[in-house]
Design a binder for this molecule. Sequence first.
Ligand code: AMP
Ligand code: MG
Length: 340
Amino acid sequence: MNRSFTRANGTLLLTDHSRSVARAAKIIKEGGLVAFPTETVYGLGASALDADAVKKIFAAKGRPFDNPLIVHLSDLDQLNCVARDIPGAAKLLINKFWPGPLSLVLQRSDAVPGVVSAGLPTVAVRMPRHRIALDLIRLSGVPIAAPSANRSGKPSPTSFRHVIEDMAGRIDAVIKSSFCAIGVESTVLDLTGPSPVILRPGGLSREDLEKVLGCQIHIAGNYENINLPSSPGMKYRHYSPSAPLFLITGPQKRRRYFIDALARSYQRKGFIVGMLNLYSNSSLVQEKDSRVLAAHLYQLLRRLDARGVDFILAEETSAEGLGLAIMNRLRKAATRIIRV
Ligand code: AMP
Ligand code: MG
């Protein structure tokens, strides 16, 4: 029966038709690993209620066990299975933003094994805004624990080709679908403390959260300082291409002058320089633009790597809207941050 499916290094390549999604759900139910599309990035899923299955995620990615996973739900009944003592703010945000790119950190229920949350008493949960992801979870009959479907340290995958590049031969199946619309991971908001805190900026902007909660929301630690982990998992240098990436910050005119000069000097020495050309010529990066930048960021990083560039030069962008997530990822991807 499996002969009707193609494989890459033993990994099943499934289409997003209902018969294939049902096949993927069966794999999840039986304790296997399936990569699937979401609106943020491709996820690598296993049953969130099966500790052995979840351990396989860490092995396949090469992910450290102290980096917790996000649990994906397809309906609100599952929320009470995985979390407890759910505060009013969570209900407000869920009403407004789910399904969508917002993960909420809540108190973990006993049904979720500790390995999912790296032993923390909490659990991060979200409902993805993607038909295939929702069908997969519903047909599996279990919440699905899923980090991004890349090898640990690599840029997150926004197309099934990226998943195959990193994961073929390491996981049971991947569901092929179109590009991920948002292109960066979900915003992680901690609701277990006295006030809400953004642990990781992502696909839902801080401004949108503040409008609904009616208060200022702080970002844990100092998001500009990658040496201060604000959330478990944030201490690792990741989202990284293989080539060294230099992030140039400072006033626009100075940084552009500096980038031009640096690029020319490397080229004179025979190096291939890749420019992370995310920026319009306008000095104001509008929210609309930061959405476009976010959608292409990881794809551009992977493409520069594939071209075999020796260095990547990236320019600072505004930290408004999705720009906050973009700057967070660039800072973490950077080998050096140069302020001019
Ligand atoms: P990824 O699934 O690769 O997008 O990474 C998920 C990220 O969500 C982790 O690296 C943490 O930063 C954050 N996270 C997940 N669960 C928790 C939790 N229980 N408490 C705090 N942060 C969490
Ligand atoms: Mg990840």
